[in-house]
Design a protein around this ligand. Sequence first.
Ligand code: M6R
Length: 599
Amino acid sequence: MCGIVGYIGARQAAPILLDGLKKLEYRGYDSAGVAVLNEGAITVKKTKGRLKNLSDMIDGGHKIPGTIGIGHTRWATHGEPSDINSHPHTSESGKIAVVHNGIIENYMKIKEFLTAKGYTFVSETDTEVIAHLADYYYNGNLLETVVKIINKLEGSYALGLISSDHPDQMIAVRKDSPLIIGLGEAENFIASDIPAILKYTRSVYLIEDNEIALLTPNGVTLYNTDLDEISKEVFSVDWDIAAAEKGGYEHFMFKEIMEEPQSVLNTIGPVLRDGLLKLDKVPGRISIVACGSAYHVGIVGKYVIEALTRIPVEVDIASEYRYRNPIITEDTLVVVISQSGETADTIAALREAKKQGAKIFGIVNVVGSSIARESDEVLYTLAGPEIAVATTKAYSTQLTAVYLLALSLKKAMGELSAEEEKYYAEELLRLPDLISAMIEQKDKIQYYASRYFNAKSVFFIGRGLDYALSLEGSLKLKEISYIHSEAYGAGELKHGTISLIEEGTLVIAVATQEKLFEKIVSNIREVKARGAVVLAIATEGCELIEECADGVLYIPKTDPLFTSSPAVTLLQLFAYYVASLKGCDIDKPRNLAKSVTVE
Ligand code: M6R
């Protein structure tokens, strides 16, 4: 989604803004712009398309001197991607410039109000109302002006604002959209995400809703909406800039798959060392809410938690959950899964559950993110920064987080014997090696990708946990290779969808569940009889499957509850190689954003 960077200090702002925006490119965008203040005037340069267009336009920033500025990458919501709709937007006087992430829900009403006051709108964006409101309310004091603006706004926003009347001030404020403040030596920064400023500082303020930051070159003061000063702890970023760079790999996605064994070890190691999670209460019911891949982890979680504990688990897509009037009883634990911790639909679902009195258990990757802060308890996945839009290592660590939660629940119920705890801990600790074994098979996976990358449509089928995994395998393939793909419970196909199977249709059959092996073999025969080409994913030792499938990739043997872990790495690599052979923009697939911060 959109990205924000701001700089105030002694250095030239524009090159720093371009550099920061480059680090946010992964979030997805369709236009970019900067506003730089120099000698009492703001210069705005913005353009549709890639950041490189903007950089070329301003000669890497050198064409617009000035030591205070704001920059933005826009992912269009209101109004097509165009030069005029790009941010920053300015007040009619040109004295105030603003960048905005999020959606102003009541912008039509404000637009009418301002139009009646004589303001003229040049763009189709919701953001432009903020620039004109700034002009309307401006009384010489920027802080007071911003408070008046936000009192008028409904929706979500992270804002950065500068004014030519105040060459040593920048204001930033947020509501339901991420924003951080970077603290430097005689220079300060704003950004929508840490990688944008990590090159310059590791000390940041994680701004919360309705907190307002006033930045000068020499300091940052935080206020509430009554303009009382507030204090906040400085958060020190503990990961390295190298973690957010490609490090010689062609794509972040591939690099992040390579990092899976270590990320999984980092996530499970500390919990196993401490003897599992200490849960104060055993819930009577569990409700898992999440979006996209994190939702697919939730479905794996349902199978694993129910199998181990017999606690009933329901799984919801976050965007549906909040509007379906969910039943939340006193003993319901709501588990919220999110890599970014900033997904708008997931945050809204969390708040809905909290409003109804539920206890929230967050499984989150980004430390200090909204979901982490708003959860009652958090289990961090220690995947490190994930840059590729298609999640890989975060998904893998989320899987292990739900395994840990399931085992911890079983232990809290008094139903995990010491022997079982030892067995499961050993199985979990084997996972990094099993994932590495999948990575070692990458040439074979690439071979199958080269056989099938021209497929027009692909069906993933599986039963039980393999069905849950099929959903993720299918999403991974479609999101980065643009091949139409669907996932079905293998037994469900014959209730309609099998009519789509014809000569040469590719079916990927996930068959890692020993107790369902015969069943999936029958389903493979059903699609084979209708002309499908079948690539099967099976467990070593189940070579019988070669009799019915056209190709087989094997995962090493592990406890049946944990097979999704090595198997997902295999499916991620398959999707990666298919997309690579098709020449797709793997790290930044079309229309997608890394973290979806609007509803
Ligand atoms: O940051 P989150 O985990 O909350 O994001 C949820 C989904 O948007 C995300 O998993 C999405 O489906 C990925 N692009 C899939 O690769």
